[in-house]
Design a protein around this ligand. Structure first.
Ligand code: TYD
Length: 414
């Protein structure tokens, strides 16, 4: 396996912005860490380590990873399955209501979801629209969606697969790509596919973690090999415009630590641009240089604080475990340098992760049933993005004696 796509022109020098081609400068180097979803079968198994350096473009405000993994290797055996979550269900409802109000979602709409994973969002929409179709490159994940009765194509989304979809299924009026646009070294390919396939009056919806929120809340654990971009509104607009698409709306969503939802239409559709677009961009222009400037220092501080806190608790004889075998958790633990010596185990409800180990840190992953058999004193919340629902559920199940360490935005205990 050669996870780093060294031969690809896109990642060969990394010295230029992969959205607009301008010069980029380094912002933060987290060192060399294992791929964040490489949950291993043995505690000492070595999935390889690859550099995590992010850089920013002053011209279009893009923030990107310097080195990019080969997407073929990345999706060969993909571990991430959308979890069942109250927060996500609420988000799907709110998104559906908004798109309906904009006229983008009606009972007559054919919805294509790019990066549809196990189909959670499409399942939510299925009964209220004309047709739903997913496309996702991970074979093991697509099989799960298909078993739920969801039509899903197993492929990367680009101009070639867009043509194949048009021939086999027709033209979608709504294309939605949630949290997958950053998972590709060349987002131009996905946008070109959407621009080729979308109906004339159709709507493109893109949802992603929002770079400004990532920086403001010190969410450095969002940086891992799958996240090759940290999108600002300005960068997304720049990307879309190169494909004759017009960014018309921007809105924040609570999921994944603070996400942004972009809505675009064909330029030829002459759709009006909502004031949200220039408002977001004005705020970015005002705050981005300062946020980028202090990011590395904030991250280093969190590392020291978390190391010290866990060392102190261990010295006091407390048992510390983690909750959430998330990709971001692996960046956090490995960058901070916490291993199975400090963190006894990590609890996660995903059956495919249980019984495996977190890469490099060698921390075993246990089900809730096993993990709460003898509850620890402290849980480091490595899935802090589901903080409220996870804490409420655990308190109900285990009682209020258990305490939680939150690493973001600053290390604190609740
Ligand atoms: P998530 O934050 O969705 O993503 P990422 O891997 O991109 O950082 O991962 C959350 C993990 O937490 C995932 O493995 C599922 C798990 N999880 C639980 O174990 N219990 C829960 O109640 C929830 C909401 C998630």
């Amino acid at each position: 396996m050669h996870p780093l796509n060294k031969d690809a022109a896109l990642s060969a020098d990394g010295a230029s912005c992969r959205i607009c081609g301008s010069h980029v400068r380094p912002i933060l180097d987290l060192g060399s860490l294992p791929p964040a979803n490489a949950f291993v079968r043995e505690p000492n198994e070595d999935p390889g380590r690859f550099r995590l350096l992010i850089e920013s473009c002053d011209s279009c405000a893009n923030i990107q990873l310097h080195d990019c993994m080969s997407i073929v290797d990345l999706y060969d055996r993909y571990a991430y399955e959308t979890p069942d979550s109250r927060m996500l269900t609420t988000h799907y409802q709110e998104l559906g209501t908004w798109l309906t109000a904009l006229g983008a979602l009606t009972p007559d709409t054919f919805v294509l979801e790019v990066g549809s994973n196990v189909g959670a969002f499409l399942l939510h929409l299925k009964s209220s629209v004309r047709r739903v179709l997913g496309i996702d490159p991970a074979r093991n994940i697509v099989a799960i969606a298909q078993a739920k009765g969801l039509e899903t194509v197993c492929d990367f989304f680009d101009e070639r697969s867009a043509d194949a979809i048009r021939r086999a299924y027709g033209v979608p009026e709504l294309i939605i790509a949630r949290h997958c646009m950053a998972h590709n070294p060349d987002p131009h390919r996905m946008i070109a596919g959407a621009a080729r396939l979308l109906s004339d009056a159709g709507t493109l919806v893109i949802e992603n973690a929002y770079a400004l929120k990532t920086l403001e809340s010190n969410e450095f654990d969002q940086i891992y090999h799958e996240h090759m971009f940290y999108f600002t509104v300005r960068a997304m607009r720049t990307l879309l415009e190169q494909h004759d698409l017009r960014l018309t709306h921007v809105r924040m969503a609570k999921v994944h630590g603070g996400s942004v939802v972009f809505i675009a239409r064909r330029r030829a559709a002459h759709a009006p641009i909502e004031t949200s677009v220039p408002e977001f961009e004005a705020r970015e222009q005002e705050t981005l240089p300062m946020l980028l400037g202090r990011f590395a220092e904030n991250v280093a501080q969190t590392r020291e604080q978390l190391r010290e806190l866990v060392a102190r608790l261990r010295a006091e004889g407390k048992r510390v475990c983690a909750y959430g075998a998330s990709a971001k958790g692996n960046t956090l633990l490995n960058y901070v340098g916490l291993t199975h010596r400090e963190i006894e185990y990590c609890i996660d409800t995903t059956p495919g992760k249980q019984g495996r180990y977190l890469p490099l840190s060698g921390i075993p992953i246990l089900s809730e049933e096993r993990g709460f058999g003898h509850p620890p004193d402290f849980l480091l919340l490595t899935a802090w993005n589901y903080r409220d629902e996870i804490i409420a559920r655990i308190r109900e199940r285990v009682g209020s004696s258990i305490r939680f360490i939150l690493p973001i935005p600053r290390v604190h205990i609740v």
